[in-house]
Write a new protein. Structure first.
Ligand code: ACO
Length: 398
């Protein structure tokens, strides 16, 4: 038996572990620690390969639609044409929100972040559809449909409400991506814009056991309802080290200002030991394959709608970073180019992460189902570094 010893605690006190942890080193951030088995997604971080259920992301983004990919992720196989038709129809039928949810969104402060609004409104679905029968396949199916269908409507509704407008009802003749863009703007989107947006949703739909998916699985492991599972994952996705980085990338590019400034910016940031947003990934030692695909879509959009001035800065930053960060395996991740695509589509910066969530709901739900199929509640252990048992001090003596 090998004790893990942490020398002293905050008060300089010597610590003897309250628990002996046999041959298990402390792994902050659980880096490299397998905590579940999964057949949903695999990443080869050295070769830059990402696959969902065995299909490479390059194939899916070239040939599939977001709803087809969602079906694949959640149910494990590509749908046949009848299954796809039924799935699309069911999602389309459940896109509307109860007027009570709209009223609730109207009560949210307009200055609030849309991710916070999404987290609250996703959780509120549990109030409306509270039956917690997670061993019932019909309940699971209905919950999947509801979440895939309603999350985009919630994001679009909050966007319009905070601008002082009434939300727009979903349009039954529009496909998933087109309908979301329509609900944001009340304009039918350009077909290329809708196609690229749908591809972005595919690219963000799943990425194995990242922080938000782990959060979803931990919550799922308590056998709570799927709305709580998704709400907890949305909360986790919002942080700047995770999905929130796509907003920060645009702020960083604005700060850099010109392509010529990119090298200096990098040198200063590296000297200050600050992170370059949109760079680095726990899994990848090469450029994130999703960033490669996204960059191509960004270029398609710029060819049709005109170049974004930030794109030249982003490209120069990437070039300059190769020598400075490449040797450490730090390259652009998916967030580096996604913000530029959404910007070109006229989407507000603080909606970038909620859009990530719209897409990632597919992966979270796949993990929810998988967790339920072989559940064991998550309960890791810790190394206690606090005070030893001590005597109670009466108030007057402190
Ligand atoms: N810029 C500069 N240096 C970096 C960066 C970066 N973006 N990322 C990592 N490094 C350096 C660290 O400074 C550290 O250097 P050191 O060993 O000399 O101290 C080394 O690389 C390891 O960094 P960690 O933070 O330990 O790496 P970790 O695997 O924990 O972090 C993370 C991964 C959080 C994504 C990190 O790269 C980061 O903060 N990136 C910026 C934020 C970002 O873009 N997040 C989006 C990730 S993609 C997603 O969630 C969808």
């Amino acid at each position: 038996m090998e004790a893990i010893s942490v020398e002293t605690n905050e008060g300089g006190e010597k610590i003897e572990n309250s628990k002996q942890v046999e041959n298990i080193p402390l792994r902050p951030g659980l880096e490299g620690v397998p905590v579940t088995q999964s057949s949903i997604c695999d990443i080869d971080g050295n070769k830059g390969i990402l696959q969902y259920r065995g299909y490479p992301i390059s194939e899916l983004s070239a040939n599939s639609s977001f709803l087809e990919t969602t079906y694949l992720l959640i149910w494990g196989e590509l749908p046949n044409s009848q299954q796809l038709h039924d799935f699309q129809e069911e999602v389309q039928m459940h896109r509307r929100l109860s007027f009570r949810i709209i009223d609730m969104l109207k009560c949210f402060p307009e200055s609030g972040h849309p991710m916070d609004a999404l987290q609250s409104s996703a959780a509120s679905l549990g109030l409306f559809y509270s039956k917690r029968v997670i061993d019932n396949p019909q309940y699971i199916y209905d919950s999947v449909i509801r979440l895939i269908a309603k999350i985009p409507t919630m994001v679009a509704a909050f966007e319009l409400i905070r601008k002082g407008h009434d939300p727009i009802r979903p349009r039954d003749d529009l496909e998933y991506a087109s309908n979301f863009l329509y609900m944001l703007t009340e304009k039918e989107p350009d077909p290329l814009a809708a196609r690229v947006f749908d591809k972005c949703l595919i690219l963000h739909a799943e990425h194995s056991l990242n922080a938000s998916t782990f959060s979803a699985r931990v919550t799922a492991s308590t056998l709570t309802d799927p709305y709580a599972v998704i709400a907890s994952a949305v909360g986790t996705l919002g942080g700047p080290l995770h999905g929130g980085a796509n907003e920060d990338v645009i702020a960083m590019l604005e700060e850099i200002g010109t392509p010529e400034n990119a090298g200096n910016y990098l040198d200063n940031a590296i000297k200050r030991k600050s992170k370059i947003m949109g760079f680095g990934h726990r899994e990848y030692r090469v450029k994130d394959p999703r960033a490669c695909v996204l960059q191509k879509f960004a270029e398609e959009l710029f060819a049709k709608f005109g170049k974004d001035e930030m794109y030249e800065i982003a490209k120069r930053l990437e070039e300059e970073a190769i020598n400075r960060l490449g040797p450490k395996g730090i390259y652009p991740n998916v967030d580096f180019y996604s913000g530029l695509v959404y910007r070109k589509l006229g989407i507000s910066r603080d909606l970038f992460t909620p859009i990530f969530a719209i897409s990632r709901v597919a992966g979270w739900l796949a993990h929810w189902r998988e967790q339920l199929s072989a559940n064991r509640i998550f309960r890791p252990t810790q190394i206690y570094t606090g005070k030893k048992i001590r005597e109670w001090e009466p108030l007057e003596g402190r």
